[in-house]
Design a protein around this ligand. Structure first.
Ligand SMILES: O=CC(=O)O
Length: 325
């Protein structure tokens, strides 16, 4: 019997390709860029599975690929790039990669927080410019230990950030659609409404999925509620923050700083953002550790193999597909 065929939308490491090739024939887009829906349809037509790395799957893509494709296995925990309803309608499973990147992403939120608070990037430039002197007034930053952190999103990554904050003896506030007893039991976090969280926190870290209800969750009004000394961290999804409003707030001293791994229109930045000295910027690398990347690839492969074997994905986003089948 011929092997099932998997299309991979973005270059991935040899380890994951070798694993997929144990059971499947694999074709990969060799270019380091997201494919347009038209290109995805053209390239993946007739394949049994598509491993999506930030490629957009809309209604047309789902419809065009439905005669052969059984799963969109998304390489990432966030799957806002995929129209899940359309995939379900056309009987195609969607899976994501939760858990395996939680620690890496929480570590990176803390890396951004510490970098922005203690001006690590400025310190690096300072030393590289040959200015190595110690001085009592030199590059003074914000203390992190003992401060209040406000975590928007009480899920896996938010909770992992809270656990790190415990190590810094921080007061932990969090907000979500509803309280999460596990979050509170494991971290001592206190559930508050969003406005209280924004006005009382020294650091606000965003860990919600991108949904219509979380688009621009932080805009000009929310930034106005924050302390002028506050630092905003985001390594979830860019459109959760109104980036133009954030630039204006940082320029006007409404808040003190930001650490951003994600942007509204990646890879573009809002005008003025890159010129600000009080932001630390990163190119969407929250889950980019060797361990997390290997585990994400393995989980995509497990999801694909499970579906090709006639079952449901291990980490399934739309189990209703199996119910209808
Ligand atoms: O951004 C990365 C992810 O969603 O896993």
């Amino acid at each position: 019997m011929s092997k099932a065929r998997v299309y991979v939308t973005y270059p991935l490491g040899d380890d994951i390709l070798a694993l997929l090739r144990e059971q499947c024939e694999v074709v990969m887009n060799p270019e380091e860029r997201s494919l347009s829906p038209e290109e995805l349809i053209e390239n993946a037509r007739g394949f049994d599975a598509v491993l999506t790395v930030s490629a957009g799957v809309n209604e047309e893509v789902a419809r065009a690929l439905a005669s052969s494709c059984k799963i969109f296995a998304n390489y990432g925990v966030g799957y806002n790039n995929i129209d899940v309803e359309a995939a379900s309608k056309h009987g195609i499973y969607v899976s994501n990669t939760p858990d395996v990147l939680t620690d890496a992403t929480a570590d990176f939120a803390f890396a951004l927080l510490l970098s922005a608070a203690r001006r690590v990037v400025e310190c690096d430039s300072y030393v590289r410019a040959g200015k190595k002197n110690w001085g009592p007034m030199n590059l003074i930053g914000a203390q992190v230990s003992g401060k209040t952190i406000g975590i928007l999103g009480g899920g896996r990554i938010g909770k992992a950030v809270a656990k790190r904050a415990q190590g810094f003896n921080m007061r932990i506030l969090y907000n979500d659609q509803r309280p999460n007893p596990d979050f509170e039991a494991e971290t001592g976090g206190i559930f508050t409404d969003k406005n209280t969280l924004l006005s009382e926190s020294d650091f606000v870290s965003v860990h919600v999925p991108l949904l219509p209800s979380t688009h621009h969750l932080i805009g000009a009004e929310e930034l106005e509620l924050m302390k002028t000394s506050a630092i905003l961290i985001n390594d979830s999804r860019g459109p959760i923050i109104d980036e133009q409003a954030l630039v204006a707030a940082l320029q006007g001293g409404v808040i003190a700083g930001a650490g951003l791994d994600v942007f509204e229109s990646e890879p573009e930045l809002a005008p003025g953002l890159a010129e600000l000295p009080n932001v630390v910027l990163a190119p969407h690398v929250g889950s980019s550790t060797t361990e997390a990347r290997v585990a994400m690839g393995e989980l995509c492969a497990r999801n694909i193999f499970a579906v090709l074997d006639g079952g449901a994905p291990v980490t399934c986003v739309n189990p209703e597909v199996g119910v209808k089948a």
